[in-house]
Design a protein around this ligand. Structure first.
Ligand code: GLC
Length: 437
């Protein structure tokens, strides 16, 4: 354990770039939105000041409309990434800061629950309390952006218009929506991918998918990234489980923080009530016995068992009965020889334990699910979720994601994707200090 903590400290130190942390060198050389949330928790174990700076620098990129972008390009000299700041061209929206430059889409809103987690660790720290009070209105403004621009019909569920907003970029969940996009090669701007020269091709998205990612980026840009035309025209329009449950969990965190420090939480409480209700009514899939994302363009559920449905445990969305079903499902995977939690249905023909978001295990997902299981009283499963991650990190290193089939994992010496990964270090260190049930 001592060694793991020391290595985690070293990785967070290595990826720290004077004010913010990159997820990993080469593959992801800027600041990523939800990565930063988890990374901040990791820093807090070694250096609270950095934990605070991490979130402050992320929110320095907040747009006037409230959006916190999914990538912040603190350095304009780093040319090894595509799509870079020039391709996004956030200046199409006059409310986007000139500096730092950013992308035009967002990611799961984790910051409300991250702030709460930090406060729980340091309840009386004056520096942290002052910072939380300063950040609270900004996080609220971010949530208001989501409720205003991403929920035009006021259902209580946010839509995303790009797979990258879901955090689960390459999940099979998005295949049908992406197939709907007909590419006219004459209209698609030419581009050169960088990821495939930095990571094995069979672990990355295909070029068919990448063309569609670029198509949706262009569509967003045409509408200044927040115009109503996105909702009207986008072939990709999804009410995602993880996006919405992270927001709901963060609303909860903000409500408790607000109550402690005397902020008005009326608006948050209203959102929360409506979002939880709509989530439960619209996204539960009786046949699959899990929550599913909803394809708002085709008007039907995206009927797959996958990790976003399980992560709802973290937001207190399932009823006791539904939570038990999710817990039983995880236990059955454990018994069948999987490291939990695989990111996609292991019984689907689309399951691919190596390709990212199509089957591997991810540390930040385990972190959320661990806490969710504990909250519902499933301490035994929570322990497996924690120990599976620790075993993988111990045997394979602090990789971006990991093999979920135990028999195969036992034959490997490394994980998948980028190495020395920030949120893997952060989530491992944080879970290690959790008392064993
Ligand atoms: C990948 C992941 C995304 C993450 C990013 C940086 O794109 O899918 O969730 O934020 O890498 O780690």
């Amino acid at each position: 354990m001592g060694n793991l903590v020391e290595t985690a400290r070293h990785i967070l130190q290595l990826n720290w770039k004077d004010g913010f942390t990159i997820p990993t060198s080469k593959l992801y050389p800027f600041q990523w939105n939800w990565d930063s949330g988890f990374t901040s928790i990791g820093h807090s174990h070694f250096n609270l000041d950095r934990a605070i700076q991490e979130l402050a620098s992320l929110f320095s990129s907040q747009w006037e409309n409230g959006m916190v972008p999914h990538i912040v390009f603190h350095s304009e000299n780093e040319k090894t990434y595509f799509p870079n700041y020039d391709f996004w061209d956030s200046s199409v929206n006059s409310g986007a800061p000139q500096k730092p430059k950013s992308s035009g889409i967002t990611q799961p809103a984790v910051h409300g629950f991250v702030l709460e987690h930090l406060l729980n660790r340091f309840p009386d720290n004056e520096q942290l309390i002052a910072f939380v009070k300063e950040l609270f209105p900004k996080v609220l403004h971010y949530h208001r952006f989501l409720y205003t621009y991403r929920d035009p019909e006021r259902e209580g569920l946010m839509f995303i218009f790009h797979p990258w907003e879901s955090g689960r970029d390459n999940s099979p969940l998005w295949d049908e929506s992406l197939d709907r996009i007909i590419i006219d090669p004459a209209k698609l701007p030419s581009y050169e991918r960088r990821d495939t020269s930095l990571a094995p091709v069979d672990e990355r998205p295909t070029s068919y998918q990448y063309d569609r990612y670029v198509y949706l980026l262009q569509l967003g840009k045409t509408h200044r990234y927040d115009g109503p035309g996105i909702f009207e025209e986008s072939p990709f329009l999804v009410q995602d489980t993880l996006m919405n449950s992270a927001l709901i969990r963060s609303n909860e965190g903000l409500i408790r923080i607000g109550q402690r420090f005397g902020f008005d939480v009326g608006e948050l409480a209203e959102w929360q009530q409506q979002s939880k209700k709509c989530f439960r009514e619209k996204l539960w899939h009786e046949g699959l016995q899990t929550f599913c994302a909803y394809d708002a363009r085709a008007d039907h559920p995206i009927a797959y068992k996958e990790i976003g449905g399980i992560a709802t445990l973290h937001a207190g969305i399932p009823t006791e009965e539904q939570a038990k079903l999710l817990n039983d499902y995880l236990q059955s995977l454990h018994q069948r020889g999987f490291h939990i939690c695989p990111s996609f249905d292991v019984d689907s023909h689309l399951f691919d334990s190596k390709r990212y978001w199509r089957g591997p295990v991810w540390s930040q997902m385990n972190w959320m699910i661990y806490h969710g299981l504990k909250d519902y009283g499933f301490g035994e499963t929570a322990e497996i979720v924690k120990s599976d991650l620790i075993e993988l990190v111990t045997k394979h290193g602090f990789y971006e994601y990991f093999e979920s089939q135990k028999a195969l994992a036992d034959t490997l010496t490394v994980g998948y994707g980028g190495g020395d990964f920030s949120w893997t270090a952060a989530c491992t260190v944080d879970l290690l200090q959790e008392p064993t049930n």
